[in-house]
Every structure is written in C-alpha cells, then in structure tokens.
Design a protein around this ligand. Structure first.
Ligand SMILES: Cc1cc2nc3c(=O)[nH]c(=O)nc-3n(C[C@H](O)[C@H](O)[C@H](O)COP(=O)(O)OP(=O)(O)OC[C@H]3O[C@@H](n4cnc5c(N)ncnc54)[C@H](O)[C@@H]3O)c2cc1C
Length: 224
C-alpha cells in the first residue's frame, strides 16, 4: 500500500547518481506526484532489514528528490546504494522531521559538519539563506555545493580542521573547527543557531553556545 502521509512506504525510482566529491554521492529520485515536504526534512530509506535517514537537498518544487550521501567505510547503506542501478526502485517513508527554518527572529547562524550541510542547501534553494553558514570539513576536498552556498548565504565560511598550505586559494576559509570559529570570531550577541551533523560537533557547539551565547535559540539535527 502506497502512502504519502508520512506513515507508510513510498516507492520511488533512482534516476541519477553522481560523485559530488570523492566519498560523497548525490542521489536523485523521481518525485511522485503530490509528494510534498518542507526544506530541512528527511526521508527514511527502508532497505532489506534496516533503515537509514537522509535529508533532501532539493527545493520542494524540484522535479527530483536529491540527497548528498557520505560513503562510510563498511557502511551498510553506503555499500548497498553503490550497487543499485539507475531505474531501480527504492522504498521510503516520510517526509519526517522538524529541522525547518523558524523565521528571522534573531540573526541566524547555520553550523554544519560534512553532509550535515544538506538542510542548509535546501534552505538556500528556497530563499532562506539569510544566515552565516559555517561548514566544517577535514580538508577542502570535502566541501560540497560551495557556489550555491556562497551566493545564497549572507556569510559562508568553510572551516577546515586539517588545513594545509595548498588551501591558500580558498575564499573566506577559517583554519580550524567550527567550534573555534564560534569561540574566536563570532560577535557576542543573541542568535538563532541551527546545528546539523555528527553528535560530537552538536555536543561541543551546544556547550559553547551555553557559555558564550546563552540567550540564543538552538535548533539541532543529529546525524547519528
Ligand atoms: C535525521 C537524519 C538525517 C540524515 N541525513 C543524512 C544526509 O543527508 N547525508 C548523510 O550522508 N547522512 C545522513 N544521515 C546519516 C545516515 O542516515 C547514516 O547514519 C550514515 O550515513 C551511515 O549509514 P551507513 O548504513 O552507510 O553506515 P552504517 O552501517 O550505519 O555505519 C557503519 C559504521 O560507520 C560509522 N558511521 C556512520 N556514519 C558515519 C559518518 N558520517 N562518519 C564516520 N563514521 C560514520 C557508524 O557509527 C558505524 O560504526 C542522517 C541521519 C539522520 C538521523
């Protein structure tokens, strides 16, 4: 039984797949008629015996539902999705989630690590990029959607945790983790922080916000 109300499985077709950068795939699914979602929401891939969640990077009115997917060593979904063929069917449930833009109450700061940038890509594609975006990655080779984020966000700062001398040409880059940028560079004030990525970053940034920006609002999406 097909369902578009977020409760049951939906069948979609894999229509395209490409490498955004080594180790990060972009996957495109054909969008069923009448499927609606809010930027920042995710779909749950219902695989044979397990499930994985992935945030849509496409705008809600796009023809396809797009995802950026980090390949994880020995990852179950990572391996299975590499083996899938174009035109294969996948089962999903959703849309799920509440990590959506809450409006401009305070200046917004988006903080992502890795593919945690996905909801912010969707925000930017819908005119909700009036924010400072910090994108934390190990090396510049892991940055994705740079042109879009640079043009749509009020500020865009790649935070490179393992910088090298060859990174010199990278515009506005900060040599260090997102936590260090917030600690050292963000003007004291009251913000709406949106954090998305692995739990360790969420934990560290939340502690920092409690110490330095305690009147701020905080919205989080944890990827593990
Ligand atoms: C709401 C939500 C939205 C998400 N959206 C996205 C998204 O848009 N893009 C995306 O890439 N992921 C996203 N994730 C994470 C994703 O669902 C998977 O957990 C993850 O990508 C690994 O799946 P896997 O089956 O390939 O690996 P698994 O078999 O689950 O993991 C294998 C091993 O790798 C470790 N591991 C898992 N992920 C990582 C990682 N990123 N870095 C290092 N080690 C890891 C695991 O702890 C485990 O030890 C999201 C998670 C949630 C909860």
């Amino acid at each position: 039984m097909e369902s578009l109300d977020g409760k049951g499985p939906i069948t979609m077709e894999l229509v395209a797949r490409r490498w955004l950068v080594p180790g990060i795939l972009e996957l495109r699914l054909g969008r069923p008629a009448d499927f609606t979602f809010l930027p920042g929401q995710f779909l749950r891939f219902v695989m044979d015996g397990y499930q994985r969640d992935y945030t849509m990077v496409s705008a809600p009115d796009a023809e396809t539902l797009d995802f950026c997917i980090a390949m994880v060593e020995d990852g179950r979904f990572s391996g299975d999705i590499l083996k899938a063929d174009i035109q294969d069917s996948v089962q999903l449930s959703g849309p799920h989630g509440y990590f959506i833009f809450q409006g401009p109450a305070n200046p917004a700061v988006f903080v992502a690590t890795g593919t945690g940038v996905a909801p912010f890509v969707a925000f930017c594609r819908c005119g909700m990029g009036a924010a400072l975006l910090l994108h934390g990655v190990a090396t510049p080779g892991r940055l994705i959607y740079q042109d879009l984020l640079q043009s749509a966000c009020r500020g865009y700062v790649p935070c490179i945790s393992q910088p090298s001398e060859n990174d010199d040409g990278l515009k506005n880059a900060f040599p260090g983790r997102v936590t260090h940028y917030l600690e050292q560079q963000l003007t004291p004030g009251t913000y709406d922080f949106y954090l998305c990525g692995r739990g360790a970053m969420i934990r560290d940034v939340t502690a920092l916000i409690d110490q330095q920006f305690s009147d701020s609002r905080l919205f989080i999406e944890t990827y593990d």
